[in-house]
Design a protein around this ligand. Structure first.
Ligand code: SF4
Ligand code: FES
Length: 378
């Protein structure tokens, strides 16, 4: 077999396009402990994180490869003392810089430095509409009040703002207030994202799984608010997968437009890819980013459509949703090469619906908080 030809998991030759966006998970350290976090259960310690210079090189390589925007994320990116330098490096590379933050760890002075360094846009997470809910979900007392203060500074400085509201069974009934709060904060956009059950969220399925009725109501509220706020604020909505007929086009197709760099330099086709056993992830410390993107076995594993099983292979939607989410197939069917189990054409869908229904009716309120290895806590 010619080793220069990139091949998918079945050995079919594949071609790669160019990535547009990169998620840079600067650190797994975070003051919050959200139980819906999609970070892996094995969190990276500070000592293993890429250095400032290694990240700067990653940003330059990404821009050369075709990436236009970088999302600085974590964990909490503000846990990196060198965040301002990292922003400067990303900007110097010519990237549009989006900062995804809980707000905790940011002061007004630091936000002004970040503004000068070149942050183009801020995404602020919202765990609830009051201290009682937000501090419970975030596992951080005083977090809500702090976040409101940070939101005020963000508005004063004039950053374009998106509010990220992860919704689940415990908070989705307050969705109208979340939308109103985003409006009050001057957000241009709110992303209402139903929790995705990867990483820590998978451990909290019984407590977080929304009921079917809640999902219907959430969609109604989103549609109504979209009408009312047309021209004022955009509402993005990620509905619950478990009640859907067809899967989402996760990552817009594996290895097609986006990539993710984990805190230790592992380059991943999606943020949850490390849950897929059997894939080998290259590290930017060892190989150039372009080589990893075009030739890396993990990126090529599910590229294109030739790797697909039936029913995807002969399905008219295969170029629309790309067979759905590989990590979900792994989590729910223990096989990443299968049709996403949320698809109505998957033989696993009935089982998945039964599980989602049982979880949503469990009445559980216990949370398993995301925890760092002790010596790595900020
Ligand atoms: Fe998408 Fe595959 Fe389902 Fe068709 S069978 S809708 S391609 S997941
Ligand atoms: Fe990994 Fe969907 S989250 S492919």
């Amino acid at each position: 077999m010619n080793q220069d030809i990139a091949r998918d998991i079945k050995g079919n030759p594949v071609t790669s396009g160019l990535p547009m966006a990169m998620l840079a998970e600067l650190t797994h350290r975070c003051p919050l402990s959200c139980p819906y976090c999609s970070n892996p259960l094995e969190l990276t310690r500070q000592a293993a994180e890429l250095s400032t210079e290694e990240w700067a090189s990653a940003f330059r390589q990404a821009a050369e490869l075709g990436v236009l925007q970088v999302h600085l994320s974590g964990g909490e990116p503000a846990s990196r003392r060198d965040l301002v330098d990292l922003v400067k490096a990303a900007r110097d590379a010519g990237l549009y810089v989006n900062l995804i933050t809980s707000g905790i760890g940011l002061t007004e002075a630091r936000l002004r430095e970040l503004d000068e360094a070149g942050v183009d846009h801020v995404q602020l997470s919202l765990q609830g509409v009051n201290a009682e809910m937000a501090d419970w979900i975030g596992g951080y007392k005083g977090g809500f009040n702090r976040k409101m203060q940070v939101a005020q500074w963000i508005a004063d400085i004039g950053f374009p703002l998106t509010v990220n509201a992860v919704v689940h069974r415990q908070n989705v009934d307050r969705l109208p207030e979340m939308i109103a709060m985003a409006e009050d904060l001057g957000a241009r956009r709110i992303e209402v994202a139903t929790v995705q059950f990867h990483g820590w969220a998978e451990r909290n399925r019984k407590t977080l799984m929304p009921t079917y009725e809640q999902s219907l109501e959430a969609r109604r509220i989103v549609n109504e608010a979209r009408e009312r706020l047309r021209g004022v604020m955009v509402i993005d909505y990620v509905p619950p997968d478990h009640h859907a007929k067809f899967p989402k086009a996760c990552m817009g197709g594996w290895g097609s437009t986006g990539l993710n760099i984990a805190p230790d330099g592992s380059v991943l086709p999606c943020h949850a890819a490390q849950t897929i056993t059997g894939l080998k992830f290259d590290n930017i410390r060892d190989l150039p980013l372009a080589e990893i993107w075009h030739k890396g076995s993990a990126f090529n594993a599910f590229r294109g459509t030739a790797w697909m099983p039936e029913p995807c292979q002969s399905c008219e939607r295969r170029d629309i949703d790309f067979g759905g989410c590989r990590c979900q197939a792994m989590a729910m069917a223990q096989d990443p090469t299968l049709t996403d189990p949320v698809c109505s054409r998957s033989p696993f869908q009935a089982q998945l619906h039964a599980m989602a229904e049982a979880d949503s009716q469990s009445g559980d309120t216990e949370l398993v908080y995301r925890t760092m290895p002790k010596e790595a806590r900020p």
